[in-house]
Write a protein that binds this ligand. Structure first.
Ligand code: SAH
Length: 458
């Protein structure tokens, strides 16, 4: 069987018939989940746990004091919107699940994802705000641990904030009729002191902040040059994440892996402007023009770059073009490939014993294949040299370093797809590395120096 993929949805239950099979603690847990969500609950079980008896006495559910037999289940289940099979007998739960599936009624056999057609996530509840956490049934304990962590992050009064925002929506629609401008005003409100005020319950102050946000929302578009780091989403800065969440569109290239793009606001328009070796998809001038055009339309443009925008990222050129066009530009640094690859490969970039400096060098060859670099300062002991974009010139780089005085035994490494799934670290010397690394693929970084010998395999 292929692994099931789940779609998280929020189901509206008011008045819908829900059957809970079983009367023990597990059933009680499911009923506790259903009660505040106004379901019309029927419990099928000969015996009931005291808590369920109490709900029954309060008139909050109906009870059928019968065993879960095929005939009973076949009559009951097709009339239901949802079924929870929550007895302590797996075969009974599976029987119920089969009947429900045959009748196209969504069913959850508790602690048994296999026969179930839905599963219940762990929930952080700040009504009307709810956060559902699911591991797709793979690790419920992990889901609960994540819930604990999220509980600490989401203020208790988040529900009150959502209610405040809900109550001001008609006013906002009248005051800021333009959709994107209105969304921006809401975002400014949520990011600013207004949200804090609403959380405290200070509505007057919150209203004032909201009015200010609406005025500001008519402002110009802008461009954010944001470093996304070398691939692992853990290496995004909090600032990068915030900007990724607020952007109207994202211009990205091939260095940005999907797990990072997934963290960009889902409605943001995605524009691929990647340059692949030798077939240019979009010339730099066109990228600049596109950013300027969008900013002038009032968009908040996210220019997402691998690593750090100011390290071999053309961030300087783009910033200058934007400034010249009078477009507001902000720069958010990122973890550059050298830091990320060094850390994840266990190779320090400097070391008191052997490397008092670290050079970041481009290994990108000119069209004729030659490398125009200040070799005398690069081919030195006592320092680390990190080559970006050097993989296809690896052999020439190593030869040049030896020709300018470093020994053939000088340590060197290639880190391929650093910080990403499938990261490879290949170590050797200037003499051996080109042969060891013939299989390596881009993106790859070359680290040259005695720090490679300090490597600890992590
Ligand atoms: N601005 C980026 C560098 C862009 S140049 C930064 O600060 O990291 C592109 C080069 O960066 C690639 O050719 C490769 O040498 C290096 N690079 C980027 N991401 C990498 C990764 N995950 N692993 C190894 N090298 C990487």
């Amino acid at each position: 069987m292929t692994e099931p993929r789940y779609l998280p949805v929020a189901l509206r239950l008011d008045g819908a018939s829900v059957l809970v099979i079983g009367g023990g603690n597990v059933a009680a847990n499911k009923i506790r989940l259903l009660l505040p969500r106004s379901a019309n609950i029927t419990v099928l079980s000969p015996d009931l746990a005291p808590e369920i008896v109490q709900w029954l006495e309060q008139g909050r559910l109906s009870h059928l004091a019968q065993a879960a037999e095929t005939e009973t289940l076949s009559t009951l289940i097709p009339r239901m919107r949802l079924v929870f099979a929550a007895t302590d007998d797996e075969s009974v739960n599976r029987l119920a699940a089969r009947i429900a599936r045959d009748s196209n009624v969504p069913v959850c056999a508790v602690d048994d994802p296999e026969p179930s057609t839905f599963i219940t996530p762990a929930i952080v509840d700040r009504h009307p705000v709810q956060i559902a956490i699911s591991t797709g049934g793979a690790a419920p304990v992990l889901a609960r641990r994540l819930r604990t962590q999220i509980e600490t992050l989401v203020p208790e009064a988040t529900g009150a904030l959502a209610r405040f925002m809900q109550s001001r929506r008609p006013w906002m629609r009248r005051t800021a009729p333009d959709g994107p401008a209105r969304r921006r005003a809401w975002e400014d409100f949520v990011d600013g002191p207004g949200a804090e005020a609403a959380l405290r319950g200070d509505e007057a102050q919150a209203d004032q902040a909201l009015a200010a946000a609406v005025q500001g929302a008519a402002r110009q578009g802008e461009v954010w040059l944001v470093g996304a780091g070398p691939g692992d989403p853990d290496l995004l800065t909090l600032g990068a994440l915030r900007l990724m969440q607020n952007a109207d569109c994202v211009l990205y290239d091939q260095l940005i892996p999907e797990p990072i793009l997934e963290r960009v606001r889902r409605d943001a328009e995605r524009v691929f402007v990647g340059k692949r070796m030798s077939h240019h998809i979009m010339p730099q001038g066109d990228i600049n023009a596109e950013m300027i055009r969008r900013a002038r339309m009032g968009q908040r443009v996210l220019r997402l770059k691998g690593g750090d925008p100011f390290v071999f990222g053309r961030g300087g050129e783009e910033m200058a073009a934007l400034a010249e066009a009078g477009v507001t530009v902000r720069v958010m640094p990122g973890v550059t490939a050298a830091s990320g690859c060094g850390a994840y490969a266990g190779i320090p970039l400097t070391h008191r014993d052997c490397a008092q400096a670290c050079l970041l060098v481009t290994g990108h060859a000119r069209a004729d294949g030659t490398l125009d670099l200040p070799w005398d300062s690069i081919a030195r002991r006592g320092q680390t040299v990190v080559f970006y974009m050097g993989l296809s010139s690896l052999r020439e780089l190593c030869a040049a370093l030896m020709a300018h005085g470093l020994p053939g035994s000088w340590p060197a490494a290639v880190v391929e797809r650093g910080t990403q799934p499938g990261q490879q670290v290949i170590t050797g010397t200037l003499q051996t590395l080109p042969d060891h690394a013939v299989q390596a693929r881009s993106p790859a970084l070359i680290i040259v120096g005695e720090v490679v010998e300090k490597r600890v395999v992590l």
